[in-house]
Design a protein around this ligand. Structure first.
Ligand code: SGN
Ligand code: CA
Length: 576
């Protein structure tokens, strides 16, 4: 008995000692890593990460699309010309908050918790900003943050409320006692000014990471006063797929609510407020309420400039009594003009930041990134918005200038994704990437066009259904040439489930409350459907090859790869 007690005590003491030793050792190692990171950071590059909201690559002239001559973006192009342009940059989940969560954590959506727009990130996950900060970087974010947690790992922030407003928006930061306070001006210009202010006031002895997150060009595309008349006389080309009939596709492409013809609103989106008395359904009436909640913020001078532009245009539109295709094309032209006018001021903002870096001799040791939180349809397939794994929304612009490591005029064909940003910043700062981070540093791609051994496919997963625009849940895989998509899940409206849907004051709440099961909300059937595209022969993804004879082997190979991702990443597949 005594001997047994002795043995128990002996093993307990041994266990405690071992545990203490492990804790002490881990802490010594962590301290050493932090010290090493700090040492590395001292000579490491500054990072300026500029991200707009819903800016499609089709609307950046460096990408050479059909708008590039008519609506150029000369300042954003400078980043590409002086560095690298990524032709195959993608997101993991084409929606705002999920994309921002991928950015901050380097994790896929199901790993960081932010799968849906209003779901909320798992704030216990490490943000790369925390690691940069620990390593001696000064970290700052200005503009749209849009996540449920406060910015974590930032020395300074000055952020918009939720989606933010275009005119006279509210911001919070140390200057406002961390309460939202309204400022006078246009969101894009204010964000640029606050970014410049941070650059001016920062501790100049330390490296910095500044994130500049624009609200523009997000819906409802309200241009600044100075650009209201820009592109007035331009007739923009119409995408070849504008009158797509979605044949051969799964039902998801047909049941979405994001078409220019049917879902883009004349009052809210196209600002024809004169039509308010013709709005009949409760949903349509909301359109006016929401437009007025934006226009009500304008000062009398701002409002006068606004009316000067829209009043005449609206009258001409009403007199023309357009219907059918002509109406759809008018909506396309006018939406696109407002969208591109918003982008013009983002481009100006980029120019101001680049000028500051040049004037202050920061150009050579600063990496400047320009990207968007996802892609966006500007009329392709008749759509606006994003969400789908089709190229226009899955792809995102990505341009990086960093004279220290990237030669001007470099082009990259490597498959890269927004989970790669965090590891890239860390590796540039000489910080070891935490093991659990899923993304990969882009450093090896800086030499272009594609490094040996680079990944050969990407995983995508969209979860936000039922929600605005009613895009069905889907996941899929994209290789250099092919894409396999699987739409899945129960259909119909199953009641409000997310913050935006359950909190009075949000547009989605009002819409759902008013229209439970009618109008905006459809009663879609359950879905379990696949699509397969050959992007080389069918870049517009009009011909679904899934189940077609001759594609069995290819389909099986892609399916195997997709299943591999699901298994290795432990993707929740209960609804599949
Ligand atoms: C709002 C927009 C939607 C948009 C979502 C998500 N409607 O709800 O069109 O898809 O944001 O956008 S609006 O009429 O209120 O503008 S995201 O960029 O935040 O993901
Ligand atoms: Ca967005």
């Amino acid at each position: 008995m005594k001997f047994q007690k002795f043995l128990e005590r002996y093993f307990l003491a041994k266990f405690c000692l071992a545990a203490m030793f492990t804790v002490a050792l881990t802490s010594v190692l962590v301290q050493a890593q932090v010290r090493q990171n700090k040492k590395n950071a001292a000579k490491k590059p500054n990072i300026v990460f500029i991200m707009s909201d819903d800016h499609s690559y089709q609307a950046i002239s460096a990408y050479g699309g059909m708008l590039s001559k008519l609506a150029p973006t000369p300042n954003i192009d400078k980043i590409a010309n002086g560095g690298i342009i990524y032709k195959k940059a993608f997101v993991e989940n084409s929606l705002c908050t999920p994309s921002r969560a991928c950015l901050m954590t380097g994790l896929y959506s199901h790993q960081n918790g932010q799968r849906q727009l209003a779901e909320g990130i798992d704030s216990s996950k490490v943000f790369f900003s925390e690691l940069l900060q620990q390593a001696g970087y000064q970290t700052a974010i200005v503009g749209k943050w849009h996540m449920s947690t406060s910015p974590k790992g930032f020395n300074y922030y000055h952020i918009l409320d939720d989606q933010g407003k275009y005119y006279n928006p509210t911001f919070k930061g140390p200057e406002t006692g961390y309460k939202f306070v309204q400022e006078q001006g246009y969101a894009t210009d204010l964000i640029t000014e606050h970014a410049l202010d941070f650059l001016e006031k920062r501790d100049k002895g330390k490296p910095f990471c500044l994130m500049i997150h624009h609200k523009a060009p997000h819906r409802n595309w309200m241009p600044p006063g100075k650009y209201l008349d820009l592109y007035n006389d331009v007739n923009f080309p119409v995408p070849e797929t504008f009158f797509d009939d979605y044949q051969s596709r799964c039902d998801a492409a047909k049941t979405q609510k994001m078409s220019i013809s049917n879902d883009m609103e004349l009052v809210q989106d196209l600002k024809v407020e004169e039509l308010k008395d013709q709005l009949v359904s409760p949903y349509d009436k909301l359109s006016y309420t929401f437009l007025m909640s934006e226009l009500g913020r304008l000062t009398p001078e701002q409002r006068a400039a606004w009316d000067k532009h829209y009043k005449l245009r609206n009258q001409q539109f009403i007199n023309a009594k357009l219907t059918g295709k002509a109406l759809a094309l008018w909506k396309y032209q006018e939406f696109l003009k407002d969208y591109l006018r918003c982008i013009k001021s983002v481009d100006d903002g980029v120019g101001a930041i680049l000028k500051y870096l040049k004037d202050n001799n920061l150009e050579n040791n600063t990496m400047v990134v320009y990207t968007s939180d996802q892609g966006f349809y500007i009329g392709e397939h008749n759509w606006f918005d994003k969400r789908f794994m089709y190229e226009e929304s899955f792809r995102t612009p990505l341009l990086i200038r960093y004279p220290g490591a990237i030669k001007p005029g470099t082009q990259s064909d490597a498959l890269v994704q927004n989970i790669d940003y965090a590891p890239t910043f860390l590796s540039l700062a000489g910080i070891k990437k935490p093991e659990q981070m899923s993304g990969t540093s882009l450093e090896p791609t800086f030499k272009g066009p594609k490094p040996a051994g680079w990944r050969s496919d990407l995983y995508y997963h969209y979860y936000d259904y039922p929600a605005f625009h009613m895009v069905r849940k889907h996941d899929g895989i994209r290789t250099e040439r092919y894409k396999l998509i699987h739409f899945y899940g129960k259909g119909g409206m199953r009641g409000a489930t997310t913050k935006y849907q359950t909190t009075p004051g949000y547009r989605e709440y009002t819409v759902l409350k008013l229209l439970n099961n009618v109008g905006y909300v459809t009663n879609d059937a359950d879905i379990d459907c696949n699509e397969l595209y050959d992007l080389k022969n069918d870049p517009q993804e009009l011909h679904n090859l899934f189940g077609k004879p001759g594609y069995e082997k290819l389909t099986a190979d892609l399916q195997k790869r997709l299943d591999g991702y699901r298994k290795n990443l432990k993707v929740p597949t209960d609804e599949f």
